[in-house]
Design a protein around this ligand. Structure first.
Ligand SMILES: [Ca+2]
Ligand SMILES: [Ca+2]
Ligand SMILES: [Ca+2]
Length: 442
């Protein structure tokens, strides 16, 4: 069951597994054309953190854990400095109300607190849940169940839109997977009906989005062309209505999966992993204009196999992070690409995990970037955070965020004025998993 509902595109560990994504679906025609509306990027729109990059099925999970317990006190600070400004890092705590399997968290900063969405099977099938936290990282109220349908509702992505949340996810309520959108109030209640964004008989999964000029830039995977995952983009209005046709971004003829998107000053940057070169998964990048139409050539960013990228933009420079050796554990790498599509140097390793890292999530911060990832350097997996300057250079040593005796995975991060809010999953198995949260000072 777990494998059935896991987002396969994020768990591709090589060609053998990747072909699982190529299950038979009938070919589908593309959608009819709608009016193209040009969207301007939001002023100061930062990057979005990438696909939360679930783990839990991979061979790297619990690498070497063997029940080894961490000697550390749960929630101990792991001193990260920066606490002289009145900010106090909180202890890690369980955000989701168990039991049930809660995974795939996504966190955003709203201006006065955090919103976190995740998928949760406590109701018998997977639904999207939401919780909010104050500026110090304290949970406000109970978990909010957002979706209520008999299908599997998975892989939520949140964005904050001035006074409300936008939420997209993948749902199979229609008999195959489709991308859905809904507006949520600050406390997580639905403000309008859920909007079905995709409409094809193929698999429409792994959404990622970024706010743009009052609308939404959306990317996702779809098997509508030749039953193979390819990357698509479309732009939506603030109510979730389609403003553009669906544009295919990836041009390979093998698998292109796990897309993420950030909005620069002149258009979007999209990254994904791709099998087209016959060299395992490699990280690709492309630019689109503000309607989602591909601009220029696709770029391969990785030299060695890499999987499940994340992307952020700071000003006019995109930062893309990924992990090498997808499926077996590697190190986190990042590279910068400017808005003209010029790659700035070589991919730089960020982690020192003895080849146990995977699934990074990167965001923009004031004067650079921040990236989180889980790795197993200490036995069971823990979450780490590193800050990068505007040139993508790592500042100081990484900060250890989690410190507990279960496997800590699926890390995501949002920046606040005082530091960061980090969410992750503890103890993800086929039947368990809880969302954890910790606010850390800069
Ligand atoms: Ca459901
Ligand atoms: Ca579909
Ligand atoms: Ca742990």
């Amino acid at each position: 069951m777990a494998a059935l509902h896991r987002p396969l595109g994020r768990f591709l560990t090589g060609i053998g597994v990747a072909t699982l994504g190529l299950v038979a679906f009938t070919h589908c025609t593309s959608k009819s054309s709608n009016t193209i509306t040009v969207l301007e990027p939001d002023a100061g729109a930062g990057g979005m953190n990438g696909a939360s990059g679930g783990e839990g099925d991979g061979a790297s999970e619990n690498a070497g854990a063997a029940g080894e317990g961490s000697p550390g006190t749960a929630g101990s600070g792991n001193g990260n400095g920066g606490e002289g400004n009145g900010c106090e890092s909180t202890a890690a705590f369980q955000l989701s109300e168990g039991p049930g399997r809660a995974t795939e968290p996504y966190v955003v900063w709203t201006g006065d607190g955090y919103g976190v969405a995740w998928q949760d099977d406590r109701d018998g099938n997977t639904e999207i849940y939401f919780a909010r936290l104050d500026a110090e990282g304290n949970k406000i109220g109970d978990d909010v169940r957002v979706t209520n349908d008999p299908g599997e509702s998975v892989t939520p992505v949140l964005a904050w839109a001035s006074s409300e949340f936008n939420l997209v996810w993948s749902d199979d309520r229609d008999g195959n997977t489709e991308i859905y959108f809904v507006r949520l109030g600050p406390a997580g209640s639905e403000l309008a009906d859920e909007v079905r964004v995709t409409d094809d008989v193929a698999r429409s999964e792994f959404p990622a989005m970024v706010r743009s000029g009052g609308g939404i830039g959306l990317v996702w995977n779809d098997t509508r062309d030749d039953d193979i995952f390819q990357v698509y983009a479309a732009f939506l209005g603030g109510q979730g209505q389609k403003l553009t046709t669906d544009h295919r971004v990836s041009t390979g003829d093998v698998l292109s999966a796990s897309p993420v998107v950030a909005m620069g000053e002149s258009g979007a940057g999209v990254a994904w992993h791709d099998l087209r070169d016959g060299e395992g998964l490699q990280i690709y990048f492309a630019r689109t204009d503000t309607t989602g139409v591909l601009v220029g050539e696709e770029l391969r960013l990785s030299d060695e196999p890499g999987g499940t990228p994340s992307i952020a933009v700071n000003g006019s420079t995109f930062a893309i992070a990924w992990a090498s050796s997808p499926g077996s554990g590697g190190e986190v790498y990042s590279v910068l690409v400017d808005e003209s599509g010029a790659v700035n140097g070589q991919p730089v390793p960020l982690s020192s995990s003895d080849s146990t890292a995977g699934f990074p999530a990167i965001i923009a911060r004031d004067d650079g970037y921040a990236v989180v990832w889980p790795d197993g350097r200490d036995g069971d997996r823990e979450v780490y955070l590193a800050e990068l300057d505007a040139d993508g250079i790592k500042l100081d040593d990484e900060i250890q965020i989690s410190d507990d005796a279960t496997s800590s995975t699926d890390a995501v991060v949002a920046e606040s004025p005082l530091g960061y809010g980090v969410a992750w999953v503890d103890d993800a198995t086929d039947t368990t998993g809880e969302i954890m949260f910790r606010a850390v000072c800069r």
